[in-house]
Design a protein. Structure first.
Length: 206
């Protein structure tokens, strides 16, 4: 029997918008200690979401926060498709303007292509494999009705190139999506084999 998704508070139905958090950081702090200030602000917002969930479920918070407990909450929200802890660079454009290639989906595509490309395939070959075998990746890369594998492969490769460029060049994007874990900040890796392996472990399809 399938459990019905409860009516979660409206505050939990919105992702955390990085650009809006950046604007809230005073300019003098933004230029001197951006990584630290951004991490503090994001963790504060995540903590606020935890408090909302705790109140909704009528379950007291552990004191101090237990990281395993917090990661369980994040995993449950992901399971229920609750975007409360999802990080997005910019706010969605509005009703009816669904963004297919979110930051997380770009990270997932980057990781899946890189994992496949560690073998004998090229990056383009990896995109073709995904387009021809979307069922091997759950719901991640299902083709739209009428789309051919060839056309889908071109779209995936185009988005992969965009994701790779963004990861290489956008320090904030890399920091937010690959270094920040709830309440903890791992040392940022420079782009290279170690970073790619970390991306595969973090976002690769299992």
């Amino acid at each position: 029997m399938k459990t019905k998704n409860p009516r979660w508070p409206s505050e939990l139905k919105r992702p955390i918008i990085v650009d809006e958090i950046l604007k809230s950081i005073p300019p003098q702090q933004r230029f001197k200690h951006l990584d630290t200030e951004l991490t503090i602000a994001i963790v504060a917002e995540q903590s606020r979401q935890v408090e909302i969930i705790s109140e909704f479920l009528r379950t007291p918070l552990p004191n101090p926060f237990d990281y395993d407990w917090l990661e369980l909450i994040v995993a449950l929200c992901r399971h229920w498709n609750i975007p409360a802890f999802r990080l997005e660079q910019i706010r969605p454009r509005g009703p009816g303007a669904t963004k297919i290639w979110t930051d997380r989906k770009l990270c997932e595509l980057f990781a899946d292509v890189q994992r496949l490309a560690q073998g004998a395939r090229s990056e383009l070959g990896a995109c073709k494999f995904i387009a021809q075998n979307p069922q091997k990746f759950g719901q991640r890369y299902l083709r739209r009705e009428g789309a051919t594998p060839e056309a889908w492969a071109k779209t995936l490769h185009r988005q992969f190139i965009a994701a790779k460029s963004k990861i290489k060049r956008d320090h904030i994007f890399r920091n937010v999506n690959f270094s920040l874990v709830f309440g903890r900040h791992r040392p940022a890796l420079k782009y290279g084999p170690k970073f790619v392996n970390q991306a595969i472990r973090q976002y690769g399809y299992t």
